[in-house]
Design a protein around this ligand. Structure first.
Ligand code: DOR
Ligand code: ZN
Length: 343
């Protein structure tokens, strides 16, 4: 197959940032995706419905002329998020989910949750009003190896939460391990997962090939080849529990190429093309539309998009860097090529 037309996809996990940095990347987003679940880890984080509404307005007014794109907003869960705030969020009609960052797990997670037991009021309200919990599924205990954080999270946090809140809908975001794939497959339909392109395309060797590669550093960190194979198997399986979430997370070049570099990979410049590459490589292009355009809206109870996109198998060059307001950023595959092109 050298050409494929599918329903326009959505991105169910995206970092848009804010202000002029957001303005710099929105054209890449809107060219590919009709909608995206927008992560709330700004500085300060988006912890209230009022903040989410204001952020949504900033996104809409930063869109290039004529670009159709619908931001699906999220709230950042903290130890003090109230049930009333959750009900306000639901009633707004624009907040679609609540993001759980364990405190200290990743970029701008300092105000995240210290203990989920502090969030009972919020979690009960989310269960009642069917606002999904999006989990950054990693424990942060200093004695747990960084490559085991996700696996341990399943037993210590996720299983107890699902048990305590039997109606809570959960998206296990950017899964990276065999264990997570197995867990989601065995869970009831209220549990789903997003998978990034970079975790499908790279294993952890990519962080160290010929030297340290800060542009391949993200959280959760890349895992073993066996894990990557399990993720591919899940993505191309046609199982509606697994859908597209790029987790594209831009950082200025000098904040990644630093003595303490930021976590995050920028992929939305090729945000559907990279998935086409991996699905194509595994002879599974007929499964791409479900993963990219059907299962996400079904989980969130939203209609599918009505327009289409076409991808052709034609190599294009990725620039070595791209402007990022007053900075630059280094996109995934910088200086290399992508095998599929968006028409
Ligand atoms: O690598 C990551 N970058 N993982 C996250 O969870 C956050 C993200 C960011 O905001 O940069
Ligand atoms: Zn993320």
């Amino acid at each position: 197959m050298t050409r494929i037309t599918i329903t326009r996809p959505d991105d169910w996990h995206l970092h848009l940032r804010d202000g002029n940095h957001m303005r710099a990347i929105l054209p890449d987003v809107g060219r590919r995706f009709a909608r995206a679940i927008v992560m709330p880890n700004l500085k300060p984080p988006v912890t209230t419905t009022q903040n989410a509404l204001a952020y949504r307005e900033r996104i809409l007014s930063a869109l290039p002329d004529g670009m159709q794109f619908e931001p699906l907003m999220t709230l950042y869960l903290t130890d003090s998020t109230t049930g009333d705030e959750i009900r306000r969020a639901k009633a707004s009609g624009v907040v679609r989910a609540v993001k759980y960052y364990p405190a200290g797990a990743t970029t701008n997670s300092e105000s995240g949750v210290s203990e989920l037991s502090k969030c009972e009021d919020a979690l009960n309200a989310m269960s009642e009003c069917e606002l999904p919990l999006l989990v950054h599924g990693e424990v942060t205990f200093p004695n747990v190896d960084i490559f085991d954080r996700e696996r341990i999270f399943i037993d210590r946090v996720l299983i107890p939460v699902l048990k305590k809140y039997p109606k809570l809908r959960v998206v296990f975001e950017h899964i990276t391990t065999r264990e997570a794939v197995r867990f989601v497959m065995a869970s009831p339909p209220r549990v789903a997962a997003t998978i990034t392109a970079h975790h499908l395309l790279l294993n952890r060797n990519a962080m160290f090939s010929g030297g340290i590669r800060p542009h391949h550093f993200c959280m959760p960190v890349l895992k073993r080849e066996e894990d990557r194979q399990a993720l591919i198997h899940a993505a191309i399986s046609g199982n509606p529990k697994f859908f597209l979430g790029t987790d594209s997370a831009p950082h200025a070049r000098d904040t990644k190429e630093a003595s303490c570099g930021c976590a995050g990979v920028y992929t939305v410049h090729a945000g559907i093309e990279l998935y086409a590459e991996i699905f194509g490589a595994y002879n599974a292009l007929e499964k791409l539309e479900g993963f990219a355009s059907v299962y996400g809206p079904a989980f969130y109870g939203l209609p599918r998009n009505t327009d289409k996109i076409t991808l052709i198998k034609e190599t294009w060059d990725v620039p070595k860097e791209v402007p990022y307001h007053k900075d630059t950023l280094v996109p995934f595959r910088a200086g290399g090529t992508v095998a599929w092109r968006l028409m």
